[in-house]
Design a binder for this molecule. Structure first.
Ligand code: MTE
Ligand code: MOS
Length: 789
């Protein structure tokens, strides 16, 4: 029975004890990388269209706030090719798609609350008829006053949440006693997700009122739930399948659902397949963005730059409905501290209600906005005290003392910041370059340079505790090939590549033998959104568990085939490289496929589910205390750039990143996440400006007016390194989450910009720089600095 493998397997181990033939911890291309780049990857809109397909097209509000008086679709319905025009009253179940708070009607009833709100759904043969019909729907409105900014909402007392307060010590007394006192106000900008694939769903009606949806969503279970609510049916009648997304970035966590519900509604009413797809302009105008935040701070420092006390008030712009705004505000509050211990503090946050699209999840989920305020405070202090901003940061890091708890009372266990700081300072040559930049600035009149050091600490787990669970389903076939289903969705971040590596590792097969299937609610039910960077942490453990079940079932079969006699031998059976063998006698092997086939003949089940729930996380909102995070991810960056005082433009000259991903599951994927996250952060902070006009209409609704970073905006010299020898306890194979943390490293660009801008004025020029730091904003700041001399 035993056979010699063609080449003897290499059982030398990596430092983490994984046999070298495992795909884990080794670089690999994204499992769809070739398909992405060749155009062969199939997205929802690329799927073969079913017979009888109708286009669903939306009639939307042109007013930011108005009474809805009358909808008359007579003329639209008369147009040949129009099958139906539906309004709120045609919904068989609930007209409600609020994901957390029930404040979001699928179609407007009585009032409209933002420009772009859905009023009616046209179902027609093809897009051009549908568009023409939509223009024929007559809607009468009575305009009402609208709130179009956070400040206007605060003045009007319009809020979507009660204040959330986190407090420690006596910040008022500590502020009064502080030798250096600073206060200020800042505003962060919105950001469009600009996923390459816009919102889309294909809904196909089935028997008995069932419906199958192919949807570009990060949260198939929530789409399933809301479709069932809207249709007034059981969730078992709804299947949601996600082939892949062309990017999500948080924008498809909740906001795919309304369009999916409209497609499902159309399919139910007409009995025909319906596709709802938004073009770029429609998508940008109707979907929510990153929340703009207003931050006000009052800070006390000592002369060495140590932060003694801090009071911060945050108000976010929630838009017209609650969506995820409360959880996003919570995460902003939980990340105000970033990497720094604040002895006495009061952090308050509240969500304002405006008549704008409902703002939503976006990479970092409020974390970037919270950290922005803290980094502004530290830059302000460094400038006032004439200190290197990097040393001010280092002075305030959490240290490994039992007293250095976060504002919400969690210990910063496994704090890698001091190590990251030291290693990156050395490898980036920060001190020498900072001195060089000062010399350059002294001699250069029209261009000035700056360098910023940015540490990041980011909490990993959903702050809504019950969401921290995941499932998987592994099916092994009798030829030894494997289908893997897990609860996470693939949006380009490489989750499927990582899950395939985990599965191949656990079963000891080659990754080519594992096919990751579409995410589907009939394979793995009751899932959480793929979000909070926790996709591989949660699903990885579930995949591992399912594989372990199968592996344990295969052991007795393998023992028989390998003619192992003593019971102790059973535990020593290893699965690696498509072979099964006794670990101490690796030359005598049997193929995985043979074991599986024999198991089948023995009537042993070859499929299993796995499940994981993150242990030990709690948070009590009323006291503002708990342990909301399983662990923290850490990273740091040094950003050097050059500003033109003539045009306000800047070039990023060099970026060094050191990222703690524990023991990376697939290092090449993690590097991609670091590079992409950093550049997306740069976009938020320096070029992407979301503007609405005085009537609440989005002005920047396409790439000609909205500037995401392009190839030329990437750092000229980009050095990304993963922290070495840094396994994490209690995570999937020692790895750490990577999806969001690097986004916030781009805050280092703001520090660098401020240094460059200040250099246009006399020493210790105070800098006031708006966000995003567009060329216009930089030019204004340069002019102010020059005026100071
Ligand atoms: N990377 C790509 N290419 N596309 C995306 O849409 N989304 C980001 C991040 N990286 C995203 C991405 C966001 S917002 C999150 S929360 C994580 O990926 C989600 O995936 P993960 O949990 O598997 O890291
Ligand atoms: Mo990411 S903002 O948690 O989808």
């Amino acid at each position: 029975m035993s056979s010699l493998p063609s080449s003897s397997p290499d059982f030398s181990s990596t430092p983490e004890g994984v046999p070298a033939r495992s795909p884990l911890h080794a670089p690999a291309p994204h499992e769809s990388g070739l398909r992405h780049t060749s155009g062969e990857a199939i997205y929802v809109d690329d799927m073969p269209e079913p017979r009888g397909l109708l286009t669903g097209h939306l009639v939307t509000s042109p007013h930011a706030h108005a009474r809805l008086l009358r909808v008359d679709a007579t003329k639209a319905r008369a147009l040949p090719g129009v099958v139906a025009v539906l309004v709120a009253g045609d919904i068989p179940g609930h007209n409600q798609v609020g994901p957390v708070i029930q404040d979001e009607p699928l179609m407007a009833e009585g009032e409209v609350h933002f420009v772009g709100q859905t009023v009616a759904l046209v179902l027609a043969e093809g897009a051009s008829i549908a568009r023409r019909a939509a223009a024929l729907v007559e809607v009468e409105y009575e305009p009402l006053p609208a709130l179009l900014s956070v400040k206007a909402a605060v003045e009007a007392g319009a809020f979507l949440s009660e204040p959330h307060v986190i407090r420690r010590g006596a910040p008022e007394d500590a502020l009064a006693a502080a030798p250096v006192r600073l206060s200020g106000e800042c505003m962060t900008g919105a950001q469009d997700h600009f996923y390459l694939e816009t919102q889309v769903t294909l809904a196909v009606p089935g028997e008995d009122g069932s419906v199958h949806l192919w949807c570009s969503t990060q949260h198939p279970t929530e789409v399933q739930t809301l479709v069932a609510e809207v249709l007034g049916t059981g969730r078992h009648q709804v299947v949601v399948e996600v082939p892949r997304m062309g990017g999500g970035f948080g924008g498809k966590e909740t906001q795919a659902a309304p369009f999916a519900c409209l497609a499902a509604l159309g399919a139910r009413v007409t009995g025909r397949p319906v596709k709802v797809w938004l073009n770029r302009d429609e998508d940008m105008a109707r979907t929510g963005k990153r929340h703009p935040f207003l931050g006000r701070y009052d800070a006390g420092f000592d002369e060495t730059g140590r932060l003694l006390a801090l009071k911060v008030e945050l108000v976010s712009d929630g838009g017209w409905s609650t969506d995820l705004s409360r959880a996003i505000l919570d995460r902003a509050l939980f990340h105000l501290d970033n990497a720094y211990f604040v002895p006495a503090l009061e952090f308050t946050g509240r969500v304002a209600r405006t008549n704008l699209p409902s703002n939503t999840a976006f990479r970092g989920f409020g974390g970037p906005q919270g950290m922005f305020v803290m980094e502004e405070v530290l830059n302000h202090a460094a400038e006032r005290l004439g200190l290197d901003p990097a040393s001010v940061r280092e002075r305030n890091y959490y240290r490994d003392t039992p007293n250095d708890l976060t504002p919400y009372g969690q210990a910063v266990v496994g704090n890698r910041l001091p190590r990251l700081h030291a290693e990156l300072m050395a490898s980036s040559d920060y001190a020498r370059r900072r001195a060089e930049i000062e010399a350059f600035n002294a001699s250069s009149r029209w261009t000035k340079r700056g360098i910023g050091f940015q540490p990041v600490k980011f909490g990993i787990s959903f702050t809504t505790g019950f969401l921290n669970q995941a499932g998987a389903l592994v099916s092994v076939f009798t030829d030894g090939s494997v289908q893997l289903n897990h609860g996470g969705t693939e949006m380009g971040q490489g989750l499927h590549t990582k899950m395939r590596a985990v599965c191949a590792h656990e079963l000891g097969v080659l990754p080519e033998r594992v096919r990751v299937m579409h995410t589907a609610t009939d394979k793995v039910p009751n899932t959480s959104a793929t979000a909070a960077s926790s996709g591989s942490d949660l699903n990885g453990q579930a995949v591992k568990q399912a594989c372990e079940v199968i592996r344990e079932r295969l052991r007795p079969v393998a023992a028989r085939l390998l003619k192992l006699e003593s019971p102790g031998d059973m535990a020593a059976i290893a699965f690696s490289g498509g072979q099964v063998f006794h670990a101490a006698r690796p030359l005598r092997t049997v193929r995985f496929a043979e074991v599986v086939h024999a198991a089948y003949l023995d009537r042993v089940s070859l499929s299993a589910t796995g499940y994981y729930a993150t242990p030990d996380i709690t948070y009590d909102r009323s006291t503002g205390r708990g342990k909301p995070f399983h662990y923290y991810a850490f990273c740091a960056a040094v950003v050097e750039l050059e500003v033109s005082g003539l045009t306000g433009e800047h070039r990023v000259r060099r970026v060094d990143v050191l990222q703690d991903v524990g023991t990376s599951l697939v290092p090449s994927i993690d590097r991609g996440q670091v590079e992409g996250g950093f550049i997306q952060g740069l976009g938020w902070l320096t070029s992407e400006e979301v503007l609405f006009d005085a009537k609440g209409r989005l002005v920047t609704h396409s790439p000609d007016t909205y500037k995401i970073p392009a190839v030329g905006d990437a750092p000229e010299d980009f050095r990304v390194h993963l922290l070495e020898h840094a396994p994490q306890d209690n995570t999937i194979h020692g790895s750490k989450a990577v999806g969001e943390p690097p986004f916030m490293l781009a805050l280092g660009a703001v520090t660098a910009l401020r240094q460059a801008i200040a250099a246009f004025g006399p020493p210790r020029t105070p800098v006031s720089l708006a966000s995003p730091a567009t060329p216009e904003a930089i030019l204004r700041a340069v002019a102010a600095a020059r005026a100071a001399s």
